[in-house]
Design a protein around this ligand. Structure first.
Ligand code: SF4
Length: 474
């Protein structure tokens, strides 16, 4: 059971580069943190779009031979963590189809809130789906479109879906990037020489030496072809709802997301947290890696020294063989080890980016105390997480979010900490973007910017009633 919100997916695309598939491989490599279940690349040589997909990490999925089978100067790629649809190869992306408009491959980061409704209608009209992924709906709408050009068919199909979508598509001769009108998920545009690059986070551009230019705007359809680039704005304007959790946790700190440095934002959140929730302490210790930037900001603002009192093992795989003999704190110890010389006898401020279920946080507090800490004060660089996400992030059901069902004092007791405090919502919003209200913060407020039709609405209502004892599975 995950004790963190799980990253969603990462998308990458490049147009006009002689090594398009290789560049896409590297781009996906840099975006691996956004999804580890499957990886795929589609490439076009101007005549045919070819595809390669597999379950697993990017480095395990592709080698020189598989990339050589993806010739052409345009390519798109995807790393997936399933937020809708099962974890299996049929749901891996890109999804490639051949229809009256020609071949098209599609990568999606996000979650469509009306996918089930559209899918039911399409099935009634005779469509046969290959996967359980919500993304396939877009391709069925595309294939059925009577529009005269593939570009118009793309615009027509994306205009019918709702929710969170950053899409990258590849036809025989063009690359199309689309961001939903609310702009939930990031999508950046850059250049590598004459080639145009689009990707979820700028860290993918850094690896291949591309330069970040701007974001695909919310509601923009960005088309790249041999004639150059152009923008289409087919959607009615909508309030911007960029995912604030990208800045809190998902994105790599070396990325720019929504035009802002993730590292700077996280450090700033730590500074604000120190002002809002000071504590008498000897050391500030981050929970690595996610709490590091905020801890640096907390230490800088409070004047309490930052020390790396927990060391992370970066080489832990997805599974490990647990010994039969019981070892104290084994599960968390495999990933983190306390440094006794730093923690012994100290009053510790333990800084992390979020608490989801609380079970991992409790293990870490116990571990820090067992290493000799005199006091453990937990400080969290975002507000209490009280509601699930329906826009492309895998979250536990509401009943399993500790802040949805416990008071602050109950959380402190559960974690066995001396104190627990969170950043305020005002602090978070001012730390991310003082001059703008362009962010979604539904997981902290329970107020959702995009409504859910039919089944989804029923599901959402049930989910929000969980504190009355109803059980819902996603
Ligand atoms: S609900 Fe939370 S995780 Fe989901 S899009 Fe909004 S801010 Fe991001």
């Amino acid at each position: 059971m995950p004790d963190k919100f799980k990253d969603e997916c990462g998308v990458f695309g490049i147009f006009g580069h002689p090594e398009a598939a290789n560049m896409t491989y590297l781009g996906l490599y840099a975006l691996q943190h956004r999804g580890q279940e499957s990886a795929g690349i589609a490439a076009s040589d101007g005549e045919h779009v070819r595809i390669s997909r597999a379950m697993g990490y990017v480095a395990d999925t592709f080698d020189g031979d598989t990339l050589a089978e993806l010739p052409g100067t345009c390519a798109i790629g995807h790393v997936r963590y399933s937020t809708a649809g099962e974890s299996k190869l049929a749901n891996a992306q890109p999804i490639l189809i051949d229809c009256a408009h020609g071949q098209i491959a599609l990568c999606h980061n996000g979650n469509l809130v009306n996918a089930r409704e559209l899918r039911d209608e399409l099935v009634q009209q005779g469509s046969i789906f290959q996967s359980t992924s919500d993304t396939e709906v877009v391709l069925h709408l595309y294939a059925r479109s009577k529009a005269r050009s593939s570009e118009d068919a793309i615009v027509e199909s994306v205009s019918q879906v709702r929710g969170a979508f950053s899409l990258v598509m590849l036809t025989r001769d063009r690359l199309v990037a689309v961001r939903d009108p609310h702009g939930f998920r990031p999508l950046a545009i850059g250049r590598l020489g004459d080639a145009v690059v689009v990707c979820s986070e700028t860290c993918a551009m850094d690896l291949i030496g591309a330069t970040y230019e701007r974001d695909v705007e919310p509601g923009e359809v960005f088309v790249v072809s041999a004639e150059g680039t152009r923008s289409i704005k087919p959607f009615p304007p909508a309030p911007s709802s960029q995912c604030i959790f990208e800045h809190v946790y998902f994105a790599r700190p070396d990325s720019y997301v929504f035009g802002r440095s993730v590292n700077e934002v996280r450090t700033n959140l730590g500074r604000i947290l120190a002002r809002e929730q000071p504590v008498h302490a000897d050391v500030v210790v981050p929970v690595p890696d996610s709490g590091v930037c905020a801890a640096m900001g907390y230490a800088e603002e409070s004047g309490v020294p930052l020390r790396m009192g927990l060391i992370r093992n970066h080489y832990v795989g997805r599974t490990f063989i647990q010994p039969q003999a019981s070892i104290r704190h084994f599960g968390v110890k495999v990933k983190l080890n306390p440094v006794r010389s730093i923690l012994g006898g100290q009053r510790v401020v333990l800084v992390d980016d979020s608490i989801v279920r609380g079970t991992t946080s409790r293990k870490i507090v116990r571990m820090v105390r067992a290493a000799g800490a005199r006091e453990v004060h937990v400080r969290i660089s975002c507000p209490p997480t009280i509601s699930p996400c329906f826009y492309g992030v895998d979250t536990p059901r509401r009943a399993d979010l500790i802040a949805a069902t416990h008071t602050l004092e109950e959380i402190r007791e559960f974690l066995e900490a001396d104190s627990v405090q969170y950043l305020s919502l005002e602090g978070l919003l001012s730390g991310v973007a003082p001059e703008s209200n362009a962010y979604c913060s539904s997981c902290y407020t329970g107020r959702y910017p995009v409504e859910f039709p039919r089944d989804e609405a029923r599901y959402l209502q049930l989910a929000l009633k969980l504190d009355k004892g109803e059980a819902v599975t996603r």
